[in-house]
Ligand binder design. Structure first.
Ligand code: AKG
Ligand code: FE2
Length: 243
């Protein structure tokens, strides 16, 4: 067991999360119960007072933009974050070094806030040198907190083939029109995993997506990005990039 900054005793126990294949090309996998209630509660508490207006490196070089109107924060790595990192690395086969994980980024949306269509991979080579970490190979976006009254706030992938079987409607927005592709509902504890880069290392345009506007309530999510290179030091406090 280990102790977090707020004095909790925490034992890293990976939940029996359940994967569902959404698409093989591009690879998109939905993960049920990826973040435990205890982890979510801890992360929610730890964000208290640390939120700042979100920035975007890929489009604006770290500037604030109307494209992304949410608030973001980074929590220094603690036993809870390290446990989630272990899970994300394990999911990708253990060969991925921890130092290729960007510091986990939390993002919070109030009513009217959103992240317009974007790719998580960088199109600008200025951000993908080996020293900068290379490009973002994969993304996990996890729903950490969704208030009871939250409406809107899905994660939309317009290029993915929609699923029409009603069995999917618990996790996908089945009211959406066919042309909009796939919209994941924000369901606490669940996560979406996808591959950003094609085999040749170029960014895959089929995984563009948006955090749709939250209409009522509040949504908090978390990005876990795995980079091509491994510039981040293992453990310890690090300089957090503006992304
Ligand atoms: O809020 C969402 O649903 C998606 C957020 C996102 O795509 C990002 O932060 O890169
Ligand atoms: Fe994104």
């Amino acid at each position: 067991s280990d102790t977090t900054a707020d004095g909790d005793t925490f034992v890293c126990q990976h939940p029996p999360y359940r994967p569902q294949l959404i698409s093989t090309s591009p690879l998109v996998v939905y993960l049920h119960d990826f973040i435990t209630p205890e982890e979510r509660a801890h992360l929610h508490r730890a964000t208290n007072g640390t939120w700042r207006r979100s920035a975007i490196t890929s489009n604006t070089g770290g500037a604030r933009s109307a494209v992304r109107t949410s608030q973001s924060t980074y929590i220094p790595r603690d036993p809870v974050l390290a446990c989630i990192e272990d899970r994300a690395l394990h999911f990708q086969g253990e060969a991925v070094p921890r130092a290729s994980l960007e510091p986990l980024q939390l993002v919070r949306y109030a009513p009217g806030e959103r992240y317009s269509f974007h790719s998580d991979w960088f199109g600008n080579p200025a951000y993908t040198s080996p020293a900068a970490g290379g490009n973002r190979v994969t993304s996990f976006f996890a729903y950490l907190y969704v208030s009871e009254d939250m409406t809107g706030g899905g994660t939309n992938f317009p290029m993915l083939e929609p699923k029409r079987d009603a069995a999917w409607c618990r996790i996908l927005d089945c009211d959406d029109v066919y042309e909009n592709g796939v919209t994941f509902r924000a369901v606490e504890g669940n996560a979406v995993f996808w591959q950003n880069l094609r085999e040749d290392g170029t960014g895959d345009p089929r995984v563009i997506h948006a955090g749709l506007p939250v209409v009522t309530g509040e949504k908090i999510g978390m990005n876990t990005w795995t980079r091509e290179a491994a510039p981040w030091t293992d453990g310890g406090d690090q300089a957090y990039p503006e992304v």
